[in-house]
Design a protein around this ligand. Structure first.
Ligand code: HXC
Length: 528
């Protein structure tokens, strides 16, 4: 009888000792420093740093750099502690097939606080993004400067701020605040183009509730001080809010679809999904309404846009002006529109700053600007005057005057006073300016004008009310129309509202290769 023998073992895949050693190092750097802290993070409904990157990027596209970077912290008991990746994961990947650079702070490592090695990792990935000409996305979740590293961590922040400014206008920069963002740490996001926050979990503030209570006696909590809604509605720091991290990453991916990779490239066109010659009855109906009847500017924007889709930016802040992106025959276009449903569409300080920042973003990245005008003027009042409407309102004027991307303007209804000039008028180099037949382009509205010009005439009249009504009708016929402006060539064409979309698409097609040589200088001095 033959002796029983073990079957031959399959040959073991050869792994060198050095490779094994590398795998161990990688494993250690990628594991949480403390499973309890990782569990606590999850219990708060927050994802871990690497999970966030995975969700944000295209599948299997992440290439990590600096995994094995080690901490510089040696003081206050940190000598013996191993801090995986020094609390930040950095690398390259793809979104919608296009390259991006990304960093993701790990709150489970010393509260995501920023030490020098952590800062240098972020700086390296920003430098790579600037050189490669790709967007940078920061996923922020941090208690700020790492207290144990003192001035080294402050210096680390300053290095990041410096790069934010070098990258500004060169590559799109996006910040997602996914937890606390305290102290000077808020200034890196503030220097980027778009800030996302999550309802309930994101908080941005310079000083916390306790310090505020001690300093000024005011009482607040983290949410009212610096939560997503506070910054979306009141301060304007936040451009987009999201209900969850998943929602936030979906929105970032959508935003990037409208943007170019860098200032030298065009935003990629989408396959046209809508008839470029599509006319709109809805716009004609809006144009037929009386000047006093409010309508939704969003309805106008949706009617013009490909597939009726509009990606709004800062939708809860300064709602008297609407800004955002849409597509026209597949091409990405930035929209700036007065919103008569809020403050009658008048320009105030916040609207001017919101509009100016958006115009400058579009101009920096070669995105054409469509301006839809329905503005009765600047919003009056002591609060506005003392708040600096002169200086701060000038920002929108400056931004439009400085921009040289293709600009198409449509006066939908009112364009009165200085606000007419500001809203991409022909005089400040709107390229093609249209007006609907119901447009009113004048120094001011009929009632106001008649009361100033004919005060004595009305007073002396035997029937002042009748006289006033006659004068208003006369002024309205003469001035509350687009025809005086058209007669002077300040409006290129008065168009039927229904044909607005095809007209804009043709104008933008014509302007596609527009080039303007500006005045040679170091840089202008925008009224900041
Ligand atoms: C070092 C920090 C830290 C920091 C938090 N941690 N912030 N370590 N430096 N700045 C550590 C904690 O000690 C703790 O470590 C772990 O992170 C988690 O912190 P908790 O407080 O337990 O978490 P939580 O209750 O969720 O509170 C989070 C927090 C709070 C709100 C962020 O930690 C906090 O207020 N931190 C300080 C925030 C701050 O004032 N930052 C400004 C720094 S000055 P263990 O080991 O116990 O788990 C600044 C200036 C920059 O940033 C200037 C640039 C120009």
């Amino acid at each position: 009888m033959a002796e029983k023998t073990d079957p031959p073992k399959p040959p073991k895949a050869f792994v060198s000792r050095k490779t094994e050693d590398l795998q161990k190092k990688r494993q250690r750097a990628m594991s949480p420093e403390s499973p309890e802290r990782a569990a606590a993070q999850k219990a708060q409904g927050k994802l871990l740093a690497r999970e966030r990157i995975e969700l944000l990027l295209d599948d299997d596209s992440f290439e990590e750099v600096d995994l094995l970077v080690e901490k510089r912290s040696r003081e206050f008991g940190l000598e013996a502690r191993y801090l995986p990746s020094d609390g930040v994961v950095t690398g390259m990947g793809r979104i919608n097939g296009r390259s991006v650079c990304v960093y993701s702070q790990d709150f489970t490592v010393l509260g995501g606080s920023l030490g020098l090695a952590h800062a240098m990792k972020i700086c390296k990935i920003m430098d790579l993004a600037i050189e490669a000409g790709v967007p940078v996305i920061g996923l922020c979740d941090s208690g700020g400067a790492r207290i144990q590293e003192g001035v080294e961590s402050l210096g680390g922040y300053a290095e990041i701020f410096y790069r934010n400014v070098q990258a500004s206008g060169a590559v799109p920069q996006i910040s997602a605040i996914l937890g606390p963002c305290a102290g000077g740490a808020v200034y890196s996001p503030a220097l980027t183009d778009f800030v996302f926050m999550i309802d309930g979990t994101s908080h941005m503030f310079i000083t916390g509730p306790e310090v505020i209570r001690n300093a000024t006696g005011e009482s607040c909590d983290f949410e009212s001080l610096g939560g997503a809604q506070t910054h979306a509605e009141r301060s304007g720091v936040c451009h987009f809010t999201a209900g969850s991290e998943h929602d936030c990453f979906r929105q970032i991916r959508e935003l990037l679809e409208y943007l170019p990779q860098n200032c030298h490239e065009r935003a990629a066109a989408a396959m046209p999904s809508d008839d470029p010659n599509r006319k709109s009855e809805v716009l004609d109906q809006i144009a037929e309404m009386t000047a006093q009847k409010p309508y939704r500017m969003h309805d106008v924007i949706w009617e013009i846009a490909d597939g009726h889709q509009f990606f709004e930016v800062q939708k809860d802040f300064a709602r008297n002006i609407v800004v955002g992106f849409l597509r026209l025959n597949g091409e990405s276009v930035g929209v700036v529109a007065n919103n008569p449903a809020v403050l009658s569409g008048a320009l105030d300080i916040n609207a001017s700053e919101k509009g100016a920042r958006f115009v400058r973003f579009c101009d920096a990245f070669g995105i054409p600007i469509l301006t839809l005008v329905d503005v009765p003027g600047y919003w009056p009042g002591l609060e506005q005057e003392w708040g600096g409407i002169i200086r701060r309102g000038a920002k929108l004027l400056y931004a439009y005057c400085q921009s040289n991307v293709p600009k198409v303007t449509v006066v939908v209804r009112k364009a009165y006073g200085g606000a007419y000039d500001v809203m991409s008028s022909k005089h400040i180099r709107g390229d093609i300016n249209y007006a609907w037949p119901c447009a009113e382009i004048a120094v001011m509205g009929p009632q106001g004008a008649v009361d100033i010009l004919f005060k004595n005439d009305i007073k002396k009249s035997p029937d002042p009310a009748k006289r006033r009504a006659e004068l208003i009708a006369d002024y309205t016929a003469k001035f509350a129309s687009p025809y005086q402006a058209a007669a002077h060539g300040y409006i290129d064409e008065v168009i039927a509202a229904s044909e607005t979309r095809p007209k804009i698409i043709r104008a933008l097609r014509f302007l596609r290769n527009k080039k303007v040589a500006g005045v040679k200088k170091k840089h202008g001095n925008i009224p900041l």
